[in-house]
Design a protein around this ligand. Structure first.
Ligand code: 13P
Length: 256
C-alpha cells in the first residue's frame, strides 16, 4: 500500500559524472538537516554515466536511484544500449520511459515505450511512463485522445504483479522547460482522463495501491503545492528545479 507522494528529479543531460556526484553529495548533506514527510518517496535520475557514482553517494540515504531510460532487450548485440538488468545491478529502482524529449528527438513510438515498460517491470523496477500532449495537439482539441492513446498503448498487455509499482507522469510537452507551469485546473482535467483510462485497464485496488499519477512540467518551489494538493496527483516529476540542491530541497520541504 502506498499512501504518500513521490518526487522524482530528472537531471536530463545537464550534468557530467563529476557534477552529478557533487550534487548527490550536496543533497545527501542537506537532507540530513531536514525531516522528510512520512511516506514521501524521493528519487533522482542522473544520466547513465553518473549512475554508479551517484548510487554510491546516496547509498543508505532516503534518496533512491532512478534512470532516464532503458532498452527493451535483456542482453546482446545492441550497441550503445543499456538493459534493465544492467540498471538493476547498479541499484536503480525506477526508470523514466517515454519522456517527450525521447519521443521527439529519438522518435520513440508507443510500441517501443510499451516494450520498455515491460523490461523495467521484469526487473522489479518502477516504470515512470510519461504521457502528454504537444501545444498543437491541445490547440486542435486532441489532448484527451493523445493521453488515452499513450496510456492504453504504453500499457498494452501489461499486468502488474503484486510487487510491481507503476507511475504515470502527465507532462504537457508545451510547458516543459518554459518556467510556466500549466493551469492546475487543466492538469486536474488531464489527470482525470488518465485515471479514467487506467480504470479500463486495471482493477480499482491495483490502481489505488500500485499506480501513482503525477504531474511534471516547470514545477518549482513556488508552484509545487498547486499540483500536489490536487487529490488525483500523487507527486511530481521535476527537471530544471531538480539540478540545484537548494531548490530540490525546497521541493521536498514543501511536503512537510
Ligand atoms: P522542467 O521541470 O524543466 O520543465 O522539466 C520537466 C520534465 O521534463 C521532467 O521530466
Amino acid at each position: 500500500m502506498h499512501d504518500g507522494h513521490i518526487i522524482i528529479g530528472n537531471w536530463k543531460m545537464n550534468l557530467d559524472a563529476f557534477a552529478s556526484r557533487a550534487l548527490a553529495d550536496e543533497l545527501r548533506k542537506k537532507l540530513a538537516g531536514i525531516r522528510l514527510a512520512p511516506n514521501l518517496e524521493v528519487v533522482v535520475c542522473p544520466s547513465y554515466d553518473a549512475l554508479a557514482s551517484v548510487g554510491e553517494a546516496l547509498s543508505g540515504s532516503a534518496l533512491q536511484l532512478g534512470a532516464q531510460d532503458v532498452f527493451w532487450q535483456e542482453k546482446g548485440a545492441y550497441t550503445g544500449e543499456i538493459s534493465a538488468s544492467m540498471l538493476a545491478a547498479l541499484g536503480v529502482r525506477l526508470v523514466i520511459v517515454g519522456h517527450s524529449e525521447r519521443r521527439t528527438h529519438l522518435h520513440e513510438t508507443d510500441e517501443l515505450v510499451n516494450m520498455k515498460v515491460k523490461a523495467a517491470l521484469s526487473q522489479g523496477m518502477t516504470p515512470v511512463l510519461c504521457v502528454g500532449e504537444t501545444y498543437d495537439e491541445r490547440r486542435i482539441g486532441h489532448t484527451e485522445l493523445i493521453l488515452m492513446r499513450q496510456v492504453v498503448e504504453g500499457l498494452k498487455g501489461i499486468t502488474l504483479g503484486p510487487d510491481n509499482k507503476l507511475v504515470i507522469a502527465y507532462e504537457p510537452v508545451w510547458v516543459i522547460g518554459t518556467g510556466q507551469a500549466i493551469d492546475p485546473a487543466q492538469a486536474e482535467r488531464a489527470i482525470q482522463v488518465i485515471r479514467q483510462s487506467l480504470i479500463d485497464l486495471y482493477p480499482p485496488a491495483t490502481i489505488a495501491t500500485q499506480i501513482r499519477v503525477i504531474y511534471g512540467g516547470s514545477v518549482d518551489p513556488g508552484n509545487i503545492a498547486n499540483y500536489t494538493t490536487i487529490p488525483g496527483i500523487r507527486g511530481v516529476l521535476v527537471g530544471a528545479a531538480s539540478i540545484h540542491a537548494e531548490n530540490f530541497i525546497k521541493l521536498l520541504a514543501s511536503f512537510t
